[in-house]
Design a protein around this ligand. Structure first.
Ligand SMILES: *Cc1c(COP(=O)(O)O)cnc(C)c1O
Length: 374
């Protein structure tokens, strides 16, 4: 999408005049490993249950605004009460509403980049100032002293765990310190938590930290990116805010039905998640082997592959933008190019797909990178 026309620039709210829409850089390819979706087909029994649920859903009636059946299901599996859950039209809607409700003019969001670019986009739409504390340029760990100092002067903090696109977790102790330092609200975005080592979620901190909000989505591990369903877990009075600002019917009847069916059959996703985790380790090892004796062009940082707790791997390769283009054009494989994003020079993010997809991307990368050296 282009920039706004001059005519529209004069008519929209002044702070929107320079806005650039989020670009997922999508193009049609044979293999799409660019958006961190679950590329495995849904377990057939889950797909059948979703289809049955959709077929049984009346379309002529408005949805239950608060998705209460879904809330109860989510609450029961996490040991929460219904009043601690708000469901949204994707995690994105909840992120937007979080910033809309707690940000705005004169308020500050603390962001720790490199992180998910939507945070700053939603902040700009909501006239919310952004304060940045950059992660360590090599390990991508949080800079805790500066993060805590900035959190103490921010109205909101968003931390991503596992972080997109760097793949590392934020520890519970760090989240606890940020919650204590920040006078406002702290969101931990756990979109990829199902792929992390067990026990990595910070939901256990909710009872002791009433300013904590934990975000989840069905778009990643549950393979329902097209369904658009996410939820937040927080203290009941925080949920009251999410409930008050939301568009009343944003979670449609089909989404509620499909999400319920998937969550009821949650155990069927365990083998999928296990395989993605195993494939992730295989992809990391293969990429490291591939890059082991590759030199960076002089002046560029050395090739690297970071460990990941998500369903994606971040790798720094020579000539990344061109490699991504050639993967797309010569192999019809789409990965995400972050090489021009601040703090991510030379980096590509590759979603972990099925074993066949992973084999193909590894083969293609090996060919492109080796060819380059001969
Ligand atoms: C995918 C993702 C989300 C949520 O995506 P939805 O599809 O809107 O639920 C949130 N945060 C991060 C970091 C993500 O990568």
């Amino acid at each position: 999408m282009a920039q706004l026309s001059d005519r529209m620039r004069a008519l929209v709210q002044p702070h929107l005049a320079q806005i650039e829409p989020y670009d997922p850089a999508f193009s049609q390819t044979r293999i799409n490993l660019s958006a961190n979706e679950n590329t495995y087909p849904p377990p057939p029994a889950v797909r059948a249950a979703v289809d049955d649920a959709l077929a049984a859903t009346p379309l002529n009636r408005y949805p239950d605004p608060m998705s209460n059946r879904l809330r109860d299901l989510i609450a029961a599996r996490g040991g929460h009460s219904r009043r601690q859950i708000c469901v949204g039209n994707g995690g994105d809607e909840l992120l937007f509403n979080f910033i809309m409700a707690f940000g705005g003019q004169g308020r500050t969001l603390l962001n720790c980049p490199p992180a998910f670019s939507e945070y700053e986009f939603f902040a700009s739409v909501n006239q919310t100032q952004v304060k940045r504390v950059w992660r360590d340029p090599e390990t991508f760990e949080l800079d805790m002293p500066r993060t805590l100092e900035a959190a103490s002067r921010s109205d909101m903090v968003i931390l991503t765990s596992p972080n997109n696109p760097t793949g590392n977790l934020v520890g519970a102790h760090e989240v606890e310190q940020v919650c204590e330092a920040c006078p406002g609200m702290v969101m931990v975005d756990e979109a990829y938590i199902e792929f992390a080592d067990p026990g990595s979620s910070v939901e256990c901190l909710l009872p002791s930290h009433p300013n904590l909000v934990v975000l989840h989505t069905l778009s990643k591990a549950f393979g329902e990116a097209g369904v658009r369903c996410g939820y937040v877990v927080a203290a009941p009075d925080v949920i009251d805010v999410f409930a008050a600002v939301r568009q009343i019917y944003s979670v449609n009847v089909l989404t509620q039905a499909a999400a319920e069916a998937a969550l009821r059959m949650e155990v069927m996703f365990d083998p999928v998640v296990r395989q993605i985790r195993a494939e992730r380790e295989r992809v990391v090892a293969a990429l490291r082997a591939l890059l082991a004796d590759v030199d960076a062009p002089s002046g560029d940082p050395a090739p690297a592959v970071w460990p990941s707790q998500g369903n994606f791997v971040l790798a720094r390769v020579p000539d990344a933008a061109r490699v991504r283009e050639r993967l797309r054009d010569e192999h019809s494989i789409l990965v995400r190019d972050f090489s021009s994003a601040p703090g991510l020079a030379g980096c590509l993010r590759i979603t972990v797909g099925t074993p066949e997809e992973n084999d193909e991307v590894l083969r293609a990368l090996s060919q492109l990178i080796k060819e380059d050296r001969s």
